[in-house]
Design a protein. Structure first.
Lengths: 511, 156
């Protein structure tokens, strides 16, 4: 035995002696203690055999034995109740969410579910798209939400209304599902260096503008389209003379902007078209390329369900400042545009093609009789497409023309329409709910900014001059309202040298 | 004098009801956390459907850029993950049942507040319908709250 073991034994003996002198309440029960102390509990001794228990004792024992089982049952009961509550919270949350967003979504979904010609004819063409000339996405479904308001007629004159809170041009505008007009972006200077992120809403009922939350980033020449769920997609544009590849979505219900993914290519002056299945087609536009910008034939599609931009097969030619129009059968007509851009050596195309959203493919159709870009296009109530004005070359003289032609999807042919009263490019062209088409502003062949406006009546096939704008303007935000009036907001005036905040409302004369 | 019933000596054991409460609490907390984390993951990835006002994340850079947008629901997922840890500690008797119960209650309520507060963005899918992932996440928060209530029963 070692010395350490001897020490341990000695310590144990000391502890045992100390414990034996402790008072009983703090003495460990296992300690070997004499049983003579009166306060000590009786030792537990199992008797050899139980004597017969009394009935009361048996009942007490049974109660004691049953208690834990009753406790488990209680816990299981509470578990079941908790499970029921958790399961009930699901439908409760569903009902809460379902009721928190009543009309726009439900009706939008219904409208999306039944596209087709009727939805197109109910729509107010020209709405839901960009203010950019030539991007009139006629036939989009957004304005058809809810009952159509009574059409307002006047004497064909323009009247000034509340001005834009901030003078700007190169904006995008779109009609919200509640009938108000959202105007976003633009620039306060002559280039996109002065691009702004400002967004404002015009309420036709009050005639006033109200500011909403700014976009996530400034954009000049953005494209905007109202989606089936009532939110607004804004994509591309330019800033500091560089095209943008970003997109964002505006929720009119809570006034917030969120990023909407990235385009596969930065684009400005492209077209955005809402398809009947809820997706959005972005086609062409100006992209960054040396030494300046170049136009692109690429196209991509945005799916609001997953927020992703997917690249599509390219168009047959590169295009910028072209037109895109949703046809009654859900296809998209792309016409004209500049194939090269920003230069004396640029070229303008008369070609046209159609995008099939079912096969995600392009089909080249017969070309227009005249090449044109920065013109305008509008869907007529009979399903044909009117294309008018624009420039036919990119030379410095910027020769705009007054020709117009009509594409008939049924025959797949272009036919000449009566020429406009005035040649114009960079103007606004919108279809009215009653089927007529209004062209306003723009520049003439001498690059003089125009105040004139004219109406095209498909029933007569003629253009007729109507009231003039109070302030001549080029590249304004132009939007047909559900009640038949037309809003023009901002733009450039005085030979494209001054940005204005003037807003005017046009009430068309009765037929 | 009636005979005394024998008393077992040695380490005291938890009654069956306490064990049942602990196990139930752990099951509720774990199931709830799975629902919350799954719902949040579904919202963030946009699978199977994207939220109406919260575009799915495209990567870490996007997450960093839009952290403010996704922070509330990521907080909910974090609270759910913590609830699992708390529940495990209670089950392993490393945390007093009452303290664990209170923690689970608070974490469940935090989850509900985070999801409910972000409902303006994530309450509806991009196509306008009610966002199923949000409903599931809210149910998960309720389950964590229930786990806290049940954990109260686990008292010596």
């Amino acid at each position: 035995m070692s010395g350490d073991d001897g020490d341990k034994l000695q310590r144990k003996a000391d502890i045992a002696e100390t414990v034996s002198h402790l008072p009983s309440p703090i003495r460990p029960a296992t300690a070997a203690s004499p049983t003579t102390l009166p306060t000590a509990p009786p030792p537990v001794v199992r008797p050899a055999a139980h004597p017969p228990a009394s009935p009361a004792a048996v009942r007490a024992r049974n109660r004691a034995e049953r208690r834990p089982r009753t406790g488990v049952a209680s816990v299981l009961l509470i578990d079941a109740l908790a499970l029921l509550l958790v399961l009930a919270s699901g439908p409760a949350a569903y009902l809460w969410l379902d009721q928190s967003h009543p009309s726009p979504f439900a009706t939008a979904a219904a409208s999306e579910a039944s596209p087709g010609p009727s939805a197109v004819s109910d729509a107010s063409p020209g709405s839901g798209g960009s203010s950019e000339p030539g991007t009139s996405p006629g036939g989009q479904s957004s304005p058809s939400i809810g009952p159509s308001p009574k059409l307002v007629y006047g004497n064909g004159t323009w009247t000034q209304t509340d001005p834009l809170p901030r003078a700007r041009w190169a904006t995008a505008s779109t009609l919200l599902h509640d009938g108000r007009v959202l105007v976003v972006g633009g620039t306060t200077g002559l280039t996109s260096t002065d691009a702004v992120a400002t967004a404002t809403v015009f309420d036709p009922a009050t005639g006033h503008w109200s500011a909403v939350t700014d976009m996530l980033q400034p954009r000049a020449y953005p494209m905007a389209v109202t989606l089936a769920d009532g939110s607004v997609l804004v994509a591309g544009g330019s800033r500091n003379t560089q095209p943008l590849d970003t997109a964002e979505r505006y929720n009119p219900d809570n006034g917030t902007w969120v990023a909407a993914g990235r385009l596969n290519l930065p684009r400005a002056h492209e077209t955005l078209t809402l398809l009947n299945d809820g997706r959005v087609l972005a086609a062409g536009g100006g992209i960054e390329g040396g030494p300046g910008w170049a136009s692109t034939a690429s196209a991509e599609i945005y799916d609001p369900k997953n927020g992703v931009w997917s690249i599509l097969p390219p168009m047959s030619v590169a295009r910028v400042h072209h037109t895109a129009t949703l046809l009654p059968d859900g296809e998209v007509l792309i016409a004209g545009g500049a194939t090269t851009y920003f230069g004396e050596a640029g070229s303008v195309t008369a070609s046209a093609e159609i995008f099939n959203p079912h096969s995600n493919s392009w089909r080249v159709i017969a070309p227009m009789s005249h090449p044109r870009y920065v013109g305008g296009a509008a869907l007529l109530n009979d399903g044909r497409v009117l294309v008018a004005g624009g420039w036919y070359a990119t030379t410095s003289s910027d020769p705009s023309h007054q020709t117009a032609e009509i594409y008939d999807p049924a025959t797949d042919r272009w036919t000449a329409a009566a020429p406009m009263a005035n040649a114009r490019a960079e103007f606004g062209l919108v279809a009215l709910p009653d089927g007529r088409v209004l062209a306003a502003g723009g520049v003439d062949p001498g690059y003089k900014v125009q105040a004139s406006s004219e109406l095209y009546d498909p029933t007569t096939g003629l253009w007729q001059l109507t009231g003039s704008l109070g302030v001549a303007t080029v590249w304004p935000a132009m939007q047909a309202l559900p009640d038949g009036r037309v809003l023009v907001a901002g733009g450039l005036d005085s030979a494209a040298a001054k940005v204005n905040a003037v807003c005017e409302l046009y009430a068309p004369p009765p037929r | 004098m009636a005979a005394e019933r024998p008393v077992a000596a040695g380490q005291p054991m938890a009654a069956p009801n306490m064990r049942a409460a602990r196990i139930s609490s752990a099951l509720f907390a774990t199931a709830g956390a799975v629902m919350v984390i799954g719902g949040v993951a579904s919202i963030l990835t946009g699978m199977p459907s994207a939220a109406h006002d919260l575009v799915p994340l495209t990567g870490p850079d996007d997450l960093a850029g839009r952290f403010g947008q996704v922070a509330p629901i990521m907080s909910a997922a974090t609270a759910a993950a913590v609830a699992v840890v708390v529940s495990a500690l209670v089950t392993l008797r490393r945390l007093a049942p009452l303290a664990g119960s209170i923690e689970l209650l608070v974490l469940g309520l935090v989850t509900e507040v985070c999801i409910g507060g972000a409902v303006g963005r994530i309450g509806h899918a991009a196509d306008g319908g009610v966002m199923g992932a949000t409903v599931v996440a809210m149910m998960g928060g309720s389950a964590v709250v229930a786990a806290g209530v049940i954990a109260v029963l686990d008292r010596e």
